[in-house]
Design a protein. Structure first.
Ligand SMILES: NC(=O)C1=CN([C@@H]2O[C@H](COP(=O)(O)OP(=O)(O)OC[C@H]3O[C@@H](n4cnc5c(N)ncnc54)[C@H](O)[C@@H]3O)[C@@H](O)[C@H]2O)[C@@H](O)CC1
Ligand SMILES: Nc1ncnc2c1ncn2[C@@H]1O[C@H](COP(=O)(O)OP(=O)(O)O)[C@@H](O)[C@H]1O
Ligand SMILES: [K+]
Length: 531
């Protein structure tokens, strides 16, 4: 799984490369600029990587991001391009490494007419206005910018440079390439300053940054390429965020062994669905049950009001049904390898009491447990502290609204930094958390965080959350921890959504369930029977 890092983690890894691997900062910067030139020439589809017919404008700030820009300028020149470089700050305000980078360019300028150096934006304006560029390169700010909140105003000369780049790009269609990240974007949170570069392409150093996935990040980075600059993954903290991929998801999925039996292939209890004279939420139980069966679970038993049993049997005949009677439930809880609690359970006092009783009983808390929907509502209402109740391996699967109710945090605060909030919640309550969204964040009590960046608005329809709960329960029943099950299931769930319909706007929860076998079997090169 690829790492996705915060600004701080990236700076720590940069420092570790320098301190522990004895890689000089100059070498890292050289690799950054050189790799960026390679990526640019590849993306322009140039033969032999030569750029003789290309012209670039590079605007450089005073930090190391600007230093990357000086190195890039040199490598673009070496490939035959013409390059205009604007330095926004006087050389004596630059750090040694960046002054050296600029010094090399100044020496180049005395030999090459293809390089023009401008000491200020004003000096460059006339030239820039008359010139068509193959691309404009933003080397103004990188991971050195930290924003307290969205919309912090930047000062000149950076502000004018960003405004110039954005307006040039909208007038002349000169594509904008951001080095490391679009200037003005906070690498960690995805907050954007006023103004922030709107890039067509971002060439990020070593690892993608968490800010690319949240807040303004997704709209501003354009296509993201990662430049390999010799900062190996072992320099990253164990707990840094990882992106779930097909390899991870399939490693978490256990195929049945030839000698297996139904009771060794995962026994899952789903306590879901409700029926009253006023309303029915039987569908939630049916979707969760069908999703669990579609994941190849050996045995699925669903507890729901018995009047609804016929409806469940009509679409999931392989599942057994039990009532909500305490004795029957307790017996099945003992039997189960994993339990899903909450989808469409209801919010009556009796439902709240059921959840309270279960999450405080040892027979339940020692199982792998998935708590979703109305179980989360009941937890919030009862104020039960899960850390106290001693859940041994549980995952909660809220969307932002449910998480807000559970934590008292405002929804905008949650969406501003979901990774941080998920991490804190998991640690404080000793449970895994799957915070739904695009992307979905999954955190473990030990501080690990996975991001599921796959999936689209195909899943933005009622019932897909019930399906996800059933899938998590299935993978947990088959052997994964709830953290692994939540991570892998969210990936397969998203894939099933992708496969459900050519037009994502028309996807229904039913179609997602139908596609689960295909989403899983394509990982194992098995052709599923068409449902
Ligand atoms: N060893 C390293 O540290 C490496 C760093 N690299 C590059 O270095 C970048 C990070 O370099 P730096 O830490 O020097 O930081 P930056 O280059 O991102 O910029 C920091 C500079 O921006 C200014 N600044 C901060 N907040 C500002 C604001 N609100 N308005 C205007 N100016 C502001 C600061 O005065 C500082 O001089 C990375 O993004 C990457 O491009 C790469 O060269 C790879 C190796
Ligand atoms: N725009 C989107 N892009 C990707 N995934 C989405 C999007 N909208 C919703 N989802 C996913 O769909 C599921 C919806 O779950 P939930 O809100 O609990 O639905 P319900 O309660 O109706 O079943 C979650 O897994 C969520 O991450
Ligand atoms: K930049």
């Amino acid at each position: 799984m690829n790492a996705i890092v915060t600004g701080k983690e990236m700076a720590q890894a940069d420092n570790a490369a320098i301190d522990k691997l004895l890689t000089s900062e100059t070498r890292l910067m050289e690799l950054a600029g050189r790799q960026a030139a390679e990526i640019i020439s590849r993306s322009l589809h140039r033969e032999n990587g030569q750029l003789h017919d290309c012209g670039f404008l590079i605007l450089c700030g005073k930090g190391n991001n600007g230093g990357d820009g000086f190195v890039l300028a040199r490598h673009l020149l070496n490939k035959g391009a013409s390059v205009d470089v604007v330095t926004l700050y006087p050389p004596d305000s630059l750090k040694d490494i960046n002054r050296e980078g600029l010094g090399i360019l100044q020496a180049y300028a005395s030999h090459s007419s293809r390089l023009r150096l401008f000491a200020t934006l004003d000096d460059a304006m006339n030239t820039i206005e008359q010139q068509e560029y193959t691309a404009i390169i933003d080397a103004l700010l990188g991971t050195g910018l930290n924003l307290e909140h969205e919309g912090v105003t930047l000062r000149d000369p950076v502000r004018s440079a960003i405004e110039l780049i954005n307006s040039r790009s909208s007038q002349n269609a000169s594509p904008v390439i951001a080095l490391d990240l679009p200037s003005g974007l906070d690498a960690t949170t995805g907050y954007s300053a006023a103004p922030t570069i709107r890039a067509d392409m971002t060439i990020t150093m070593a690892y993608r940054k968490t800010g690319f996935f949240f807040n303004a990040g997704p709209e501003l980075t354009g296509e993201v390429h990662t430049a390999e600059i010799s900062i190996p993954p072992f320099l990253l903290p164990e707990t840094c965020c990882r992106e779930i991929d097909d390899e991870y998801a399939s490693a978490c999925f256990t195929l049945r062994s030839p000698s297996s039996a139904k009771h060794t292939n995962g026994k899952l209890l789903i306590i879901a669905g409700s029926l009253s004279p006023e309303a029915s939420m039987t569908g939630a139980a049916i979707l969760a049950t069908r999703a669990a069966l579609a994941c190849g679970t050996g045995y699925v038993c669903t507890s729901l009001p018995l009047e609804a049993a016929a409806a469940l049997h009509a679409t999931a005949p392989a599942a057994t049904v039990i009532s909500r009677k305490p004795d029957a439930l307790e017996q099945k809880i003992r039997w189960a390898d994993a339990i899903v609690l909450g989808c469409g359970l209801g919010r009556t006092p009796a439902d709240l009491e059921l959840v309270r009783r279960l999450v405080t009983s040892r027979v339940f808390t020692t199982k792998k447990v998935v708590l979703d929907a109305d179980a989360l509502f009941a937890l919030a209402e009862s104020g039960i502290d899960l850390a106290q109740s001693g859940m041994q391996d549980a995952v909660l699967t809220p969307h932002n609204g449910e998480f807000s109710r559970l934590t008292g945090l405002a929804i905008p605060d949650i969406s501003a930094d979901p990774i941080m909030h998920a991490r804190v919640f998991s640690r404080n309550h000793n449970v895994a958390l799957l915070l739904k969204g695009n992307p979905t964040v999954i955190s473990s009590p030990q501080g690990k965080v996975h991001l599921n960046t796959s999936g689209t608005e195909a899943l933005a329809t009622a019932g897909t959350g019930d399906i996800l709960s059933g899938m998590i329960g299935a993978l947990a029943a088959k052997g994964c921890s709830t953290f692994e099950a939540a991570s892998a299931a969210s990936w397969f769930h998203a894939r099933a959504g992708d496969l459900a319909h050519d037009l994502s706007s028309l996807v229904t929860a039913e179609q997602v369930v139908h596609r689960i076998p295909e989403a899983i079997s394509e990982m194992f090169s098995i052709t599923p029977d068409t449902p």
